[in-house]
Design a protein. Structure first.
Length: 266
């Protein structure tokens, strides 16, 4: 991973995104691209009142993001990383997907309770729209924790993709656990996955655990907590339909509740 894309936007999650992105840029010797997005408001009725409201919101957003750029660029000037700044105007998902064309990893938040930056939907939209792995971080983290990673394994194509794409990050971890929750989807290939990782100098320990009554996602989160994990690796999947695959099932639960950064790939 040599190019990291991070969302630069004035919201409650920006500090977490930047701290993790800077840590990874240093550890991976990667270039950091900061994408500042001026988010346009939803379409208003085409009348004079609606147009005035819309123009006022856009003008305010432009001023806020211009000030944010000055603040963040002043900080980046003192960080020991290679970086550049890009700007887009539009919706967050479309802007990030466009900028992700030449990125290896996109860093956003897993969820923000913010009507302007609904990060739960952004993370989900990126999984299907960008074609790149994402790192979705809680808004209270302040560093990339390299003590331990937990891989949520079920043998699916999405889980395999996440495992394969996460190898550069897994190489940074002190310990890696490949956790298979014992359900009817478990395929018994966890040892094969671990052997694949070992050829990349990632030595993962396979663990099979029964599901908690609260579900698979909560089981994975509990295992991450038990091992002191700083990262959960999982596939972006759920139901059969592509959009439902992101917003349903295990992925949705992880995005909603994980206190740990999530590496997700579809």
């Amino acid at each position: 991973m040599k190019t990291l894309l991070v969302l630069a936007h004035e919201d409650a999650g920006q500090e977490a995104r930047l701290q993790v992105a800077l840590d990874l840029a240093r550890r991976l010797e990667a270039h950091l691209t900061c994408l500042d997005v001026v988010v346009l408001p939803p379409a208003y009725v085409d009348d004079s009142v609606g147009s005035t409201i819309s123009a006022t919101i856009v003008e305010s957003e432009i001023e806020v993001e211009a000030a944010n750029r000055v603040k963040v660029e002043a900080r980046l000037a003192h960080e020991d990383v290679s970086w550049d700044w890009q700007e887009r105007t539009g919706d967050l998902v479309g802007s990030l997907c466009s900028a992700a064309q030449f990125a290896d990893l996109v860093i956003v938040n897993r969820q923000l309770e913010d009507p302007v930056t609904p990060m739960h939907s952004v993370a989900g939209g990126l999984i299907t729209g960008a074609g790149k792995p994402i790192l979705a971080v809680p808004q209270d983290v302040r560093k990339f924790d390299d003590r331990c990673a937990v891989i949520a394994w079920d043998g699916s194509m999405a889980a395999t993709s996440a495992l394969r794409n996460s190898i550069p990050l897994l190489k940074l971890m002190e310990r890696v656990f490949l956790v298979e929750v014992e359900t009817d989807r478990a395929d018994g290939w966890a040892e094969d996955a671990a052997r694949y990782l070992s050829r990349h100098e990632v030595h993962a320990r396979v663990e099979r655990v029964p599901p908690l009554p609260s579900g698979i996602a909560r089981t994975v989160i509990a295992e991450a907590g038990r091992h002191g994990a700083g990262l959960i690796v999982a596939g972006g999947y759920g139901h059969s339909r592509l959009r439902e695959a992101v917003f349903g099932g295990v992925t949705r639960e992880l995005l909603s509740h994980s206190p740990y950064p999530l590496f997700l790939s579809h």
